[in-house]
Ligand binder design. Structure first.
Ligand SMILES: C[S@@+](CC[C@H](N)C(=O)[O-])C[C@H]1O[C@@H](n2cnc3c(N)ncnc32)[C@H](O)[C@@H]1O
Length: 221
């Protein structure tokens, strides 16, 4: 399944980009997760942690949802009147997201983009959401992703990262520690961690309590 050097760009399931560590591990592109019914993380609703934060006014200005999947979080934020762009490398997920927006009459943008090259969007955002993307990246990828996020987040803008936590029973795949978050988001990389709160992530493979998560609030300095 991984791209071979002889393949043309049109044949390449990775569209010419480097497969991520998750794709190398699973042996298939992210898009494959969306081709045969809902992906394990695709609960068909926005994450409760994000709904709660949005209800308290946590999102402002132009919003980027990095790794938006089928778009439930982006759709929820857009339904509140926010200007939202959701980006992902999985075209099938983006097609589902656009169809949901059309069916619900919600104005929102979805675009194919690589989270390692967000500067290619040529835009900047006051609020950026990462729901379940950061935790899929390994130690080598994280600094590149964090630098890419820094290029599109306005000064004093806010990044929210909702990721699986390493604490508690029933942790999800790719559990992340608070120290790992603080190791990449720090003043040296253009960020200040404001808070890392324990929360939950709902999945299709956990019970109704979901999986233990960290919900990090991080400021661009
Ligand atoms: C665990 S899923 C979470 C999806 C969505 N945020 C949600 O909460 O349902 C991770 C998403 O990140 C996307 N993704 C992975 N690597 C990416 C990259 N380099 N650039 C953009 N999106 C990426 C995947 O295609 C997938 O949709």
């Amino acid at each position: 399944m991984l791209s071979k050097p002889s393949e043309t760009l049109a044949d390449d399931p990775f569209g010419g980009r480097q497969p991520t560590s998750h794709e190398r591990m699973s042996g298939q592109p992210w898009d494959a997760s969306y081709q045969h019914g809902p992906a394990p993380w695709d609960i068909g609703d926005p994450q409760p942690a994000i709904v709660r934060l949005a209800s308290k006014g946590g999102f402002a200005g132009a919003v980027l949802d990095a790794g938006c999947g089928t778009g439930e979080n982006a759709l929820h934020l857009a339904s509140l009147g926010l200007s939202v762009l959701g980006v992902d490398v999985a075209d099938t997920a983006l097609a589902i997201a656009r169809e949901r927006a059309r069916a619900r009459g919600i104005e929102v943008e979805f675009a194919a983009a690589d989270a390692f090259h967000l500067e290619r969007l040529g835009r900047s955002f006051q609020t950026v959401l990462d729901c379940g993307l950061f935790h899929t990246f390994d130690g080598d990828e994280r600094p590149r992703y964090v630098a890419s996020l820094a290029k599109v987040t306005e000064q004093h803008g806010t990044l929210y990262v909702l990721c699986f936590s390493n604490e508690g029973p029933e942790t999800g795949p790719h559990p992340v520690s608070q120290d790992e978050l603080r190791a990449v988001f720090n003043p040296g990389t253009g960020w200040r961690v404001v808070a890392i709160e324990p929360d939950r992530v709902q999945t299709r493979f956990h019970d109704e309590k979901g999986a233990p998560a960290w919900f990090a609030t991080i400021k661009r300095i």
